[in-house]
Design a protein. Sequence first.
Length: 280
Amino acid sequence: MLLFSEPHCSRRCSGDQLMRTERMHRFQLVGVIHLLPLPGSPRARAFAEVHERALRDAEAYARGGVDLLLVENFGDAPFPKERVPPHVIAGMTLIVDAVQRATGLPTGVNVLRNDAQAALGIAAMTGSRFIRVNVHVGAMLTDQGIIEGRADETLRYRRILDAPVEIWADILVKHAVPLAPLTLEDVARDTVERGLADALILTGPATGKPPSVADVAKVREAVPGVRLFIGSGLTAENVGTYLGCADGAIVGTWTKMGGVIANPVDERRVRQLVQAIGRS
């Protein structure tokens, strides 16, 4: 089941007042729950602590007014390239289920760095709405080494599970560079046309850094019929820039207390961001 209506956007992201007005109420805000380090990771915390913090963050997001949530094992760095151990999957499954029960919000799963199969399994068992896949097609040079997309495995596994879980795929994901000199537009088209992604995510170069308006416009022009989310760097100050060309944004860093990613979610900052969307 698709969450959003088919997107449409002008060639430029700003300055088209009519387009901005039409899109305002559709802009979807996805709050990221950055899990504390799970047991077994280098900076491991007790599972009860990880679970409790995740629920507090989820409730702060819900009270602040986000539309969806995304749970990811952010604290487990350094991440394995692909497959995570079974206890990570088990722990995340418990947390995702608890978060959805506590908030009633549609939720997504991202198993870092690139375990799409684990994310799909968690999502299918918990009734989650989508997964985020950092490298869905192609190959990227990352701090974990070379990561290759496994779109074929991911899509076939989804078919086996018969689960209505959407695949939200990053294009030229942050903290990585492509092995070949590919254009952003070509990667976007390949991710949709060959990787069959349901939605695209565009980030800046690193966590907390926004993509350029020009890059957002390039992706929108290359694949105009596909939902597009800003994947990093969104703030109350810059959100108006993206309302005319993106269908939503995934936000984490700015919503934390003091804008520090390691801190708990600040309900007041979430509400401030939601209000900024309404005012823009």
